[in-house]
Write a protein that binds this ligand. Structure first.
Ligand SMILES: Nc1ncnc2c1ncn2[C@@H]1O[C@H](COP(=O)(O)OP(=O)(O)OP(=O)(O)O)[C@@H](O)[C@H]1O
Ligand SMILES: O=P(O)(O)OC[C@H]1O[C@](O)(CO)[C@@H](O)[C@@H]1O
Ligand SMILES: [Mg+2]
Length: 743
C-alpha cells in the first residue's frame, strides 16, 4: 500500500475558520494522551478552534458537557500518562442511525467538521460510515428543522482522519499501532520477573497475553523473552501439538535448562478453530511431563502504565500529522489513517486498511493460515520465521554431513568494540544460533581487540547463549581499544583460528576499527574476509544508520527518569529542571527524549544556539508559567556547546527566573546506558544479527577458493548494517568513512 498523499505547507494561524474535535474510542492504549496532545497543539498552532469529545462516540451522541473546547494548558502534563484523559467507550447508540443523527447535530452546533478519531478498527469503520452518511444526515436534520439550510451548506463536508490506538497491533497498513510497544514493555517486564522465580523452582510458566484475534504480542513477546513455545491464532499448531510441546520442553530440560516459558495469545486456537487456553496447555504439561507448571494471565496490566518513549514519539508524530491531514483535506479527498511505515508517518486510505484488516479475519475463519500470516505484513512474517529458527532445538540435518560437519560450514567470529549498549547480547545470541543453524562454527572474541590479541577466543555453542536476550551490558566483554598499531597481532590470531568472516558489534569505535582493518587488506591477507558492523550505542552517532542498537533503551531510561524528576516537583510551586543527557556530539537522545518527555527546549550540538536564544527561551518559560504551567523541562546534550554548559544554563534560568520559578539541575550519566534492553532493542539485535550471518555467508561463498581461502578485496565486502529510509542496508565502510569527521 503506497498510497501516500502529498502534503503542503500550512502557516501558523492560517486555519482560523476551522473547527476540529478529537476523541478516543474502543479499548484504551498507552500513548493516546500523547496523540490527543499533539492534535490539539498543532490545531491551536494553526489557528483552529479545538474540542475534546469525552467518552468516545457516546460523548458525540450525548453532546452537552461531553464536547468541550480545549486549550494549550488542557493538554499540559499528560504526555507521560497511560490511558486516555478524555475517556473512551464502546457505544451501542452510534451503531444506530438515530445515534449518528444526534452526533451530527452536536457537531454542527459547534461548527465541527474535522474529526480525529483515535481507536481500533471498529472505531475507524464507524467513522468512515459516519462520513459517508454525513450529507443524508444533514438532509434529515434540515427536514426535521433541527438545523438551517445555511448550516447545511456551510458544514456540508465532514473530514475524518484516523489514528490507530490499540495494544494488539492488529490493524493492517501500519507497522505499529499506538500502545503496542508499551504493552510489549509490560509483557517483558512480567516475563523477566517470572523467569527468576521459575529458575529457582525449575518451573514451567504458561503466560497468557492479550490479542483477541492477533498473535503479535505473543510472537514478539516470545522473541524478546526467549519463550520456548508460543500459541498464536494466525498459525495454529498441528493436531499433535501436545507431543511437540512436550518433546521440546523435555529436551530443553535434559540440556540443562531449569525453566520453561510458554506464551499463549488470548485468541489462540487449533486448526479446527477451537480455542487453546492456558489451562489446556497446563493440563498437557501436568499430565505428560509432571512439571511444576503455573499459569499467569497478564490481562489489563498490558494496557496499563506509562507509555514507552516509542509510543509517545509515535503518537506525537501521528497526532500532529493527523491535524495537518485534516487541514489539507478537500471535499474529494479520501479519509486516511496516519500509519507508520518504517520510520515515517504516512497517510494511507482508511478503508483500504480496514478491508485488509478484515481480510486477515476472513483468512483465519477460512483456515487459510499462510494467507493470514502474509496479510499481517512482512514484519510479522519475518518475526515468525526468526522465532521458529531460534527456538529449534537442533539445526536441520540437511545442513550437515554424515560426520556432523556443516556442509557449507564457515568459521565466523563476533566481537564488541566500544562502550556496552543494551541489545548487544541479543545480537550475539542470534548470530551464534543462526550460524550454527547453517552449519557454521562461531567464535566469540572476549574483550575486544585486546582480548583477540591475547587469544581470549572461544567457540560458542547453541546453549552457551541461552538467556542472553534479556540481559543488558555485553557478556562477551568490550573495550574501546582500536586496532591501529596492532594489525600484525590481530592478523596472527585470525589466522590461528582460521576466521573467514567477522562481525563487530559496537558504537563509533566499532565502525572506526572495522574501517582500519579493512584499510589494511593489502598488507594482511587475513583481513581479506567479509567484515560487517552492527552499530550499537545509545548515542546513535554512527554513520550509515538512523538507529543504533541500544538507543531505544537509553531513550526509555531518560524518559522514565525525566518523569520521576518532574514528579518530584509535584506540590512545589513552579520549577524548571535542566537535565543533561549523554550522546557525544549527537543530539538524538536529547531531542527524542525532549519529544517523549514534553520538554520545553532541547539544546544540541547540531543546532547552534546563542545567548539570545537562551534568553528568549527563559522569557518564553516565564510567560508559560504566568499562564498556569507549573513545571518546565530543559534538556541539554552533554556536548551541545563548549561554553554554554549545563551549569551555565542552570544558572541563567535560576537568575532570570527569580521570583517566578526555582530551578534544579540533573546530570544523568551512566544510568542511561544500563537497564534491561527494551523489546525494540532485543528484536532489532536479533534481526540484524540474523541478516549479518546471511550476508557473511554470501560474501564468503562468492570469494572463497578451492582451498577454503577467502579473498575479499572490494569495498562492498566491508560494510555497516544500518536502517536507512525504512530499510536495512549494508553500506560499504569506505563510502561512510569518506563523509565522516573523525575529530
Ligand atoms: N460498523 C460500525 N458502525 C458504527 N459504529 C461502529 C461500528 N463499529 C464500531 N463502531 C463504534 O466504535 C466503537 C468501538 O469499536 P470496537 O468496540 O470495535 O473497538 P475498536 O475501535 O476496534 O478498538 P479495540 O478493538 O482496539 O478495543 C463501537 O462501540 C461503536 O460505537
Ligand atoms: O477491556 P476489555 O473490554 O475487556 O477488552 C479487552 C480486549 O481489548 C484489547 O486489549 C484491545 O482490543 C484486546 O487485546 C483484549 O482482548
Ligand atoms: Mg477492534
Amino acid at each position: 500500500m503506497n498510497s501516500e498523499i502529498n502534503q503542503r505547507f500550512l502557516a501558523r494561524g492560517s486555519q482560523k475558520d476551522k473547527g476540529l474535535a478529537v476523541f478516543t474510542s474502543g479499548g484504551d492504549s498507552q500513548g493516546m494522551n500523547a496523540a490527543v496532545r499533539a492534535c490539539v497543539r498543532m490545531a491551536i498552532y494553526l489557528g483552529c478552534k479545538v474540542y475534546f469529545i469525552r467518552e468516545g462516540y457516546q460523548g458525540m451522541v450525548d453532546g452537552g458537557d461531553c464536547i468541550q473546547e480545549a486549550n494549550w494548558a488542557s493538554v499540559s502534563s499528560i504526555i507521560h500518562r497511560g490511558g486516555t484523559i478524555i475517556g473512551s467507550a464502546r457505544c451501542q447508540d452510534f451503531r444506530e442511525r438515530q445515534g449518528r443523527l444526534k452526533a451530527a447535530n452536536n457537531l454542527i452546533q459547534r461548527g465541527i467538521t474535522n474529526l480525529v478519531v483515535i481507536g481500533g478498527d471498529g472505531s475507524l469503520t464507524g467513522a468512515n460510515l459516519f462520513r459517508q452518511e454525513w450529507s443524508s444526515l444533514l438532509d434529515e436534520l434540515v427536514k426535521n428543522k433541527t438545523i438551517t439550510t445555511e448550516q447545511q451548506e456551510k458544514f456540508n463536508v465532514l473530514h475524518i482522519v484516523g489514528l490507530v490506538g490499540s495494544i494488539d497491533n492488529d490493524f493492517c497498513g501500519t507497522d505499529m499501532t499506538i500502545g503496542t510497544d508499551t504493552a510489549l514493555h509490560r509483557i517483558i517486564e512480567a516475563i523477566d520477573a517470572i523467569s527468576s522465580t521459575a529458575y529457582s523452582h525449575q518451573r514451567t510458566f504458561i503466560m497468557e497475553v492479550m490479542g483477541r484475534h492477533c498473535g503479535y504480542l505473543a510472537l514478539v513477546g516470545g522473541l524478546a523473552c526467549e519463550a520456548d513455545f508460543i500459541f498464536i491464532p494466525e498459525m495454529p499448531p498441528k493436531v499433535d501439538w501436545p507431543d511437540r510441546l512436550c518433546s521440546q520442553l523435555a529436551q530443553e530440560r535434559s540440556a540443562g535448562q531449569r525453566l520453561n516459558i510458554v506464551i499463549v495469545a488470548e485468541g489462540a486456537m487449533d486448526r479446527e478453530g477451537h480455542p487453546i487456553t492456558a489451562e489446556d496447555v497446563k493440563k498437557v504439561i501436568d499430565e505428560r511431563l509432571k512439571h511444576d507448571a503455573r499459569i499467569t494471565v497478564l490481562g489489563h496490566v498490558q494496557r496499563g502504565g506509562n507509555p514507552s518513549a516509542f509510543d509517545r514519539i509515535l503518537a506525537c508524530r501521528m497526532g500532529a500529522e493527523a491535524t495537518l491531514a485534516l487541514m489539507e483535506a478537500t471535499k474529494d479527498s479520501v479519509p486516511v489513517v496516519i500509519s507508520l511505515d518504517g520510520n515515517q508517518a504516512v497517510r494511507v486510505p482508511l478503508m483500504e486498511c480496514v478491508e485488509r484488516t478484515q481480510a486477515v479475519a476472513k483468512a483465519m475463519a477460512e483456515k487459510r493460515w499462510a494467507d493470514a500470516v502474509k496479510l499481517r505484513g512482512r514484519s510479522f512474517e519475518r518475526n515468525l520465521e526468526t522465532y521458529k529458527m531460534l527456538t529449534r532445538l537442533k539445526p536441520p540435518k540437511e545442513n550437515f554431513d554424515a560426520d556432523g560437519k556443516g556442509i557449507e560450514g564457515y568459521r565466523l567470529a563476533v566481537m564488541h568494540i566500544g562502550a556496552p549498549a543494551c541489545g548487544m547480547n541479543a545480537a550475539v545470541r542470534s548470530f551464534v544460533r543462526n550460524a550454527i543453524y547453517r552449519g557454521d562454527v562461531v567464535y566469540g572474541i572476549n574483550d575486544g581487540v585486546e582480548g583477540l590479541i591475547a587469544g581470549n577466543v572461544r567457540e560458542l555453542g547453541w546453549s552457551d547463549v541461552s538467556g542472553w536476550v534479556g540481559q543488558g551490558g555485553a557478556y562477551l566483554g568490550t573495550k574501546r581499544t582500536l586496532p591501529e598499531g596492532k594489525f600484525k597481532e590481530i592478523a596472527a590470531r585470525l589466522k590461528e583460528f582460521k576466521i573467514q568472516g567477522l562481525l563487530i558489534i559496537g558504537g563509533f569505535e566499532s565502525y572506526h576499527a572495522a574501517g582500519q582493518i579493512a584499510d589494511q587488506r593489502d598488507n594482511y591477507p587475513q583481513f581479506c574476509i567479509p567484515i560487517v558492523v552492527i552499530p550499537s550505542t545509545i548515542s546513535n552517532n554512527v554513520p550509515g544508520t538512523e538507529f543504533s542498537l541500544g538507543c531505544d533503551t537509553g531513550l526509555n531510561e531518560i524518559t522514565e527518569i525525566c518523569d520521576r524528576i518532574r514528579q518530584s516537583a509535584q506540590g512545589t510551586k513552579r520549577r524548571v529542571f535542566v537535565i543533561e543527557t549523554m550522546g557525544g556530539y549527537c543530539g538524538y537522545l536529547a531531542t527524542l527524549a525532549g519529544l517523549a518527555g514534553g520538554a520545553d527546549a532541547a539544546y544540541i550540538y547540531e543546532e547552534k544556539f546563542s545567548i539570545k536564544d537562551l534568553q528568549q527561551d527563559v522569557y518564553h518559560m516565564a510567560s508559560k508559567m504566568a499562564e498556569g504551567v507549573s513545571r518546565g523541562l530543559i534538556l541539554r546534550n552533554e556536548k551541545a556547546s563548549e561554553n554554554y554548559t549545563t551549569d551555565f544554563i542552570y544558572r541563567l534560568y535560576s537568575e532570570e527566573g527569580k521570583g517566578l520559578f526555582t530551578c534544579r539541575m540533573n546530570i544523568l550519566g551512566h544510568m542511561q546506558q544500563g537497564g534491561s534492553p527494551t523489546p525494540f532493542d532485543r528484536n532489532m539485535g536479533t534481526k540484524m544479527a540474523a541478516k549479518c550471518v546471511d550476508w557473511l555467508a554470501t560474501q564468503i561463498k562468492a570469494n572463497i577458493d578451492a582451498n577454503g581461502v577467502v579473498n575479499c578485496k572490494s569495498p562492498d565486502t566491508a560494510t555497516l548494517l544500518g536502517i536507512v529510509s525504512r530499510q536495512y542496508r549494508f553500506s560499504p565502510l569506505v563510502d561512510l568513512i569518506a563523509e565522516t569527521n573523525f575529530e
